[in-house]
Design a protein around this ligand. Structure first.
Ligand code: SF4
Ligand code: SF4
Length: 509
């Protein structure tokens, strides 16, 4: 069946308004817009906007020296209907015109409950005093990797007590927040450089995603998680040894159960070299790993990667949060993973079918609680660290995630927002005006990695201070003492079953 693409009748989503009295005709906005929505008209001596091209990336608004631009949601374009909403009708028109899957980017934005916002944190009052984090030590350090069941010691010939237990490799995090997987190709070189510099400055990790590691970045190896995904882009022995952690990516929160697709336009010479694929070809990662069809197969890959890295690095397995996540993670731990990374359904992406992003997967809060519970019940919680992401927006979410059982969290969208992203959800076009989700040199150069690293460092520093404040209020002086301490959480506006899965009491109890 052939599909003819028809002219669009979809009304614009946004309206661009330029105050002619304020406008200096400097034409800066016409250059700043990555989507070509603004042009200078010689005939009328003014800036003309093509509303249909505006995606509300808001770059023009931020860069206009006269504050002359206002972007608004287009006024009423359809007759109101609660069932066939504007969005649903627009999607039907687009599909009737193109015959294609609707592609989108970033995380699910549907109004499902955000459970973080229904969790309340405890505080000390009279008999158990709070701690002042400005005057007393407060520990945010944690370690990722397998922990021993017990510690055994013996005494050497000099009478010195020595640790007999052989410890598995662990990585130290000075803050319990790592930068989640965002591949080179999906994001720019300068984004990855900003993330690596910030990870190094803050004693944490960034994740290469599935696009390999640019040679320039091998020097950051103690702060990098190198990912091995189904496409095996850029995976070779040197790459695996160039990271602090090796991660097998099975699933991604934004698009569980499907593969990845980086369009050929984003595969320039450097991306191609790093991914080890030809320039300009689409980078398609298959939905499954073609060598993993069972937990035993997964175990073989985990041990192949351990072998390749001489058992010196923890191996993580990343999965999307789905219905049976607790059993899946139990299998992953038993297969030998040192870290289990779970990505919730609000996790971001450079490109995903809208139908998958908005309808597949479950919230990370429920997945985390279920997995932590299951691993504890099976007596194997110490055998792997839990890292969670997919909807971590602020320091309070970090604290709640750790109280629910996480060892650390990962942030992706929040890190990109710190770099300037306006969540316009058009990463898949490659036209990001902020120089983030693009490979176009004139756009990439807009993000200075030094400035980017500083912004990320500021964000981590601000969140760390806030986490310390809350720990102080809880009367806890170490983040590790909060891990899985659900007694310090209460639920508000949550039903009985949700409270039961979360393992917390309702507020007032
Ligand atoms: S950037 Fe602002 S002042 Fe300059 S042309 Fe555009 S609207 Fe006018
Ligand atoms: S990275 Fe760029 S294109 Fe993607 S949502 Fe953010 S601002 Fe938009």
């Amino acid at each position: 069946m052939t599909t003819a693409i028809l002219p669009s009748t979809v009304p614009p989503e946004f309206s661009v308004n330029i105050d002619e009295k304020k406008c200096a005709r400097c034409k800066k906005c016409t250059i700043e817009c990555g989507f070509g929505a603004l042009a200078y008209s010689n005939e009328f001596d003014c800036i003309l906007a093509d509303d249909s091209k505006c995606v509300a990336c808001l770059r023009c608004v931020a860069m206009c020296p006269r504050r002359a631009i206002r972007i608004e949601r287009s006024p009423l374009t359809f007759k109101h209907n609660d069932n066939f909403t504007d969005e649903i009708r627009k999607n039907i028109y687009k599909q009737a015109e193109t015959g294609g899957i609707l592609l989108t980017a970033m995380g699910c934005d549907k109004p499902y409950p955000i459970i973080w916002d229904h969790l309340l944190i405890d505080a000390c009052q009279v008999t158990n005093p709070s701690i002042d984090p400005l005057r007393e030590p407060m520990e945010l350090r944690t370690y990722l990797g397998k922990k021993p069941d017990r510690l055994e010691f013996d005494v050497d010939e000099n009478g010195e007590i020595r640790l007999k237990t052989e410890l598995a490799p662990n990585v130290r995090l000075d803050v319990p927040i790592i930068f989640g997987a965002m591949s080179y190709g999906a994001v720019s070189y300068n984004v990855q450089k900003s993330l690596m510099m910030a990870a190094m400055q803050n004693g944490t990790l960034m994740n290469t995603g599935e696009g390999g590691l640019h040679r320039d970045f091998y020097k950051y190896k103690d702060h990098v998680i190198v990912q091995c995904a189904s496409g095996r882009f850029g995976v070779h022995a040197e790459y695996l040894n160039a990271g602090a952690v090796v991660e097998i990516k099975i699933g991604q929160g934004a698009k569980p159960g499907i593969g990845g697709h980086l369009p050929g336009e984003k595969i320039d010479a450097e991306v191609a070299k790093t991914r080890m694929i030809p320039v300009g070809t689409d980078a398609l990662s298959p939905a499954p790993h073609h060598d993993i069809y069972s937990i035993e197969d997964l175990s073989q890959l985990i041990y192949a990667l351990k072998e390749a890295t001489e058992y010196k690095k923890p191996v993580s397995v990343k999965v999307a949060a789905v219905h049976n996540i607790a059993a899946i993670c139990s299998g992953i731990v038993r297969a030998g993973a040192d870290i289990v990374t779970i990505d919730g359904f609000r996790g971001g992406t450079g490109a995903a079918p809208r139908v998958i992003r908005d309808n597949v997967g479950i919230p990370i809060e429920l997945a985390l609680a279920a997995v932590d519970d299951r691993l504890r019940q099976e007596g194997i919680r110490n055998q792997a660290s839990l890292v969670v992401g997919g909807g971590i927006r602020q320091s309070a979410d970090v604290i709640k995630a750790i109280a629910l059982g996480a060892d650390a969290v990962m942030i992706g969208t929040a890190a990109l927002v710190a770099l300037g992203c306006r969540i316009c959800q058009k990463c898949n076009t490659g036209n990001c005006s902020w120089g983030i989700a693009t490979q176009k040199p004139h756009l990439v150069s807009r993000l200075d990695p030094e400035v980017g690293a500083q912004r990320l460092t500021n964000l981590l520093s601000a969140w760390s201070h806030e986490i310390q404040e809350v720990l102080g209020a809880l009367g806890i002086n170490s983040i590790e003492s909060l891990r899985g301490n659900r007694e310090r959480l209460r639920g508000i506006g949550l039903d009985e079953k949700t409270l039961e899965i979360l393992g917390i009491k309702p507020a007032g109890r």
